[in-house]
Write a protein that binds this ligand. Structure first.
Ligand code: ADP
Length: 625
């Protein structure tokens, strides 16, 4: 998928603007993280020069007059300076650590909040899902995230600070001249010689980062393979702990797959795998040459500075100052380059993260509030509604026109894939129609404030899920009123189970949150989901195949109590089991995305040519109806 392809190279300018955009995002969202990082890095880059300067003066004095008072003064100042620097850097590091600790979750939250804000239709879009998981895997498995922009900018800025301070400390090196007594070594002051020296210094500072950038780029190009191999490892490496597969592993001896994965030397991370090969080959060579070039450079600088000192251009103290400063300038230049290289390596990953965060929210957010009616007189109308899923060729719903009034019980029936769930999701405004409109009390539902509109519906979808909280919190979707929670649970036939639970409605469901939590069967969980819908006390209650995982007794129980359960609410009941819908006031029959029939059970059954009649007879073979 093009969108999720982090390998695509960006131009230098594009890469820089992507990294800059991410840096600005962090500066806006977590300024203290960015600022503390900058302060720490700049301090770490500049502070060593103070020590270098004092040590140089001390060495000069030792090599020169050896005045005890001056020696004491320089030694004392060097010590105080070193102590203050370590104190300050310890303090700054602590501060940075504390800020990091308190803000790092916010980076995750940027995604969490985006996921909650995003149009529902996009949450379902597999391309969007793939995009999100690629971003997450790049981050958590391969270490590439939008947060790298902070590191890059801090690195760039601290490298510039280091270079500027170092250049300041080295200026006098180029000004100090070899005296005539230096004889032939006066050649060192020749402009050509200076240019050569500066050129060599520059070359030696450029070479190591250029080599390691190249190596980094090669490694980044196989980030996809890294993620894939990590996924395999997580899958096969931990097969034994996977609850869903634990029985299959034992009965089918599936661990042999795991063994094969764990022992095959060709696997990506193993001794004959991709990464080992890369490290033994080109990538390793590039890293090693980079390190060697930087050592050669140190030797050359030492030689040049010492020759000048030997020729009498400056004292021995200055040698330490110049050697240390030039080395630091060079490493500053190296850093600058390697961070500049990192811009290009990281930019595609950062772009992927930012593109996700910037996915537009296109659903119109109205502002009208839904009229709160004590009499619950709400009327919903679908007017010529058609809907096509993004990327799909066919319409999932076509020209649906339907009207239902408060207090009635509407059944929506049809074969699998006929559009029943899509119809409900449109009604709840999880999607907007591609064509046509849906009206609540005569007003297009897009005009309502979505939060307010959602309050009108209590839905139990087929693929509902219960959070791992206690029953009270699950049913109330919050803290809730214990008596009402219990009442709702009993109404849906959960009473017997509730009495058997150790902590009643305070019992945790699953062990995710509490070790003493209990697991519910599919049918029990479905009852809890229905109780949650009841608790919401919305004017509309919608049950999408609510009895799919209930046993026949529990199913009968729900039907018997359905009138009581739904009370004066408008109930919409979806099922492909027709026998479940007989008791509804009206039945809408869906077929290939269209409403092909509508009426009472008796009226529909009487139409022997109709779809309902055909479906009924097909199913009657299996049920004694
Ligand atoms: P039902 O609830 O009657 O089983 P659905 O409303 O789930 O039917 O599906 C109607 C049609 O829309 C089917 O052809 C189905 O494949 C398609 N469909 C459902 N959900 C999606 C989706 N998220 N993306 C693309 N197509 C979908």
């Amino acid at each position: 998928m093009k969108k999720t392809d982090a390998k695509k190279q960006l131009s230098r300018r594009e890469a820089f603007s992507v990294v800059w955009a991410s840096f600005r995002l962090f500066l806006r969202e977590m300024p203290e993280l960015v600022i503390s990082g900058l302060v720490v890095r700049i301090f770490a880059a500049v502070s060593p020069y103070a020590g270098i300067w004092f040590s140089a003066r001390l060495v000069d004095e030792l090599a020169g007059d050896k005045d005890p008072q001056k020696l004491m003064l320089w030694a004392g100042l060097a010590l105080i300076c070193a102590a203050l620097i370590s104190l300050a850097s310890a303090f700054l590091e602590r501060w940075r650590g504390a800020v990091r600790w308190t803000t790092w979750r916010r980076h995750e939250r940027l995604y969490a909040e985006k996921l909650l804000r995003m149009d529902y239709v996009k949450c379902e879009d597999t391309a969007v899902q793939q995009h999100f998981f690629t971003v997450q895997k790049n981050w958590h498995n391969a270490g590439h995230s939008i947060g790298d922009a902070i590191d890059i900018f801090e690195g760039l800025i601290s490298a510039v600070a280091s270079i500027l301070a170092g250049v300041g400390m080295t200026l006098s090196f180029f000004q100090s001249r070899v005296p005539p007594a230096g004889g032939a070594l006066q050649v060192l002051d020749r402009p050509a010689m200076l240019i050569l020296a500066a050129g060599l210094i520059l070359l030696a500072s450029l070479l190591p980062p250029a080599l390691s950038n190249r190596a980094g780029q090669i490694v980044a190009n196989v980030a996809g393979e890294f993620v894939r191999a990590e996924n395999l490892f997580l899958h096969f490496g931990y097969l034994g702990i996977k609850r869903k597969i634990a029985t299959d592993i034992r009965l089918f001896r599936l661990e042999k797959f795991s063994d094969r994965y764990n022992t095959d030397k060709e696997n990506t991370f193993f001794s004959r795998g991709l990464f080992a090969k890369m490290m033994r080959g080109k990538v390793g060579l590039l890293y090693a040459s980079g390190a060697a070039a930087s050592q050669l450079f140190s030797g050359a600088v030492y030689l040049y500075v010492c020759l000048k000192a030997w020729a009498g251009a400056f004292g021995i103290g200055a040698v330490t100052q110049y050697v240390a400063s030039i080395s630091r300038v060079a490493s500053g230049v190296s850093e600058l380059l390697s961070f500049a290289g990192k811009v290009r390596v990281e930019a595609p990953f950062i772009k992927l993260g930012l593109d996700f965060l910037n996915i537009p929210e296109e659903m119109y957010q109205g502002t009208l509030s839904v009229e709160k009616r004590r009499d619950r007189e709400y009327e919903v109308e679908f007017r010529n509604v058609s809907f096509r899923y993004p990327g799909a060729e066919d319409f999932a719903l076509k020209n649906v026109s339907l009207r239902f009034r408060v207090g009635s019980r509407l059944a929506v029936v049809g074969e699998n894939g006929s559009g029943k769930t899509t119809f409900i999701k449109l009604l709840c405004r999880l999607y907007d129609p591609t064509e046509g409109e849906i009206l609540l009390n005569g007003i297009d539902i897009r005009k309502y404030d979505p939060e307010d509109y959602y309050r009108v519906f209590a839905v139990v979808f087929q693929d509902y899920s219960l959070p791992a909280f206690c029953l009270r919190q699950i049913v109330a979707a919050g803290e809730g009123d214990p008596a009402r929670v219990e009442e709702c649970l009993r109404k849906v036939g959960f009473g017997e189970k509730l009495d058997a639970l150790p902590d009643g409605i305070e019992t945790y469901i699953t062990k995710g949150y509490d070790r003493s939590g209990v697991d519910l069967s599919g049918g029990e969980a479905q009852k809890v989901a229905i109780a949650r819908a009841l608790y919401k006390d919305a004017p509309f209650i919608i049950l999408d195949e609510p009895t799919a995982s209930l046993d026949p007794v529990a199913e009968a129980e729900i039907y018997e109590h359905f009138a009581e359960i739904s009370g004066d609410r408008t109930a919409v009941y979806i099922s492909h089991r027709l026998s479940s819908c007989k008791f509804c006031d009206e039945i809408a029959v869906f077929d290939h995305g269209r409403v092909v029939q509508q009426g009472s059970h008796e009226a529909l059954l009487a139409d022997t040519e109709g779809k309902y009649h055909a479906l009924w007879n097909a199913q009657a073979q299996y049920y004694n109806q």
